[in-house]
Design a protein around this ligand. Sequence first.
Ligand SMILES: NC(=O)c1ccc[n+]([C@@H]2O[C@H](COP(=O)([O-])OP(=O)(O)OC[C@H]3O[C@@H](n4cnc5c(N)ncnc54)[C@H](OP(=O)(O)O)[C@@H]3O)[C@@H](O)[C@H]2O)c1
Length: 282
Amino acid sequence: MTDFGVPTVKMYHGLEIPQLGLGTYKVPPEEAQRVVEEGAEVGYRHFDTAQMYHNELEVGRGISASGLKRDEYFLTTKLDNGNHLPDDARRTFEKSLEDLQVDYVDLFLIHWPLPTLYDGNFIQTWETLQEFYEDGRARSIGLSNFLEHHIQPILDQCDVKPMVNQVESHPYMQIPELHAFHDKHQIVTEAWSPLARGDVVDDPVLTKVGEPYGKTASQVALRWALQRGDIVFPKSMHKERMRENFELFDFELTAEDMRAIQSLDQGDAGRRGSHPDTMDRL
Ligand SMILES: NC(=O)c1ccc[n+]([C@@H]2O[C@H](COP(=O)([O-])OP(=O)(O)OC[C@H]3O[C@@H](n4cnc5c(N)ncnc54)[C@H](OP(=O)(O)O)[C@@H]3O)[C@@H](O)[C@H]2O)c1
């Protein structure tokens, strides 16, 4: 539990992640310092960025300006698609640390598996991330947008098992099979776009579920993910919404509520982002 009442989830190697964080995708560099500082004021102690977001420098400045000590927050960044080859991964990981102004990140992820690029060789990339874990500059390492058939070769061939897989998941795309696969292999599920990029805010089912608790559809979607055991980091550039997205710990959804939300699943048709098997952009 963080000071602000956010529960944590323990990864298999013992490190804990605050279950709620602040996402920074599409937060432009000129806004990122302010957004992160405001997030820290609201109580966020977990920040999710990526080389691809081009805001690591400003996210780092926001954290520094907030006065948080290094052991008071959890920081994630991700390897960009053009940087999978070992020397590129090593060079750009160092640049991420420099931009973020830290000696280590709490979690470093391969952003996309890119099975159609690099001859599909993400084993080599994973082995490079293992170096960062072993030398302590990444306290945890994980995957993002990997499907079961991308993860299995890593489990079969590599020394360190992924601690996390960060994948698209929200009420319209609930990925029950991948979720079960993660659980079986002690991989923590991080749910990206937990608000379906903002599409849940007017959902009639979520709105109705929230009424007895005095909660919004967004709060219900986030609470549902937390009760599944997932890690979420909704993105907002507005402090009021950051606060709304933080107020999740004074109510609990019933089994009936959870079933009502389950009925919203559209499977793959609910996907907002790219498909991991065909995403091939550098
Ligand atoms: N690993 C990956 O490939 C990957 C992919 C996508 C995202 N992510 C991570 O996941 C994070 C979250 O995903 P996301 O940014 O795609 O989408 P999201 O968090 O599901 O939704 C963000 C959108 O919802 C709006 N919003 C937020 N809170 C709201 C509220 N309470 N009421 C109304 N609107 C609200 C935001 O607008 P305002 O900002 O204007 O408030 C923004 O347009 C990202 O920021 C990133 O850190 C990872």
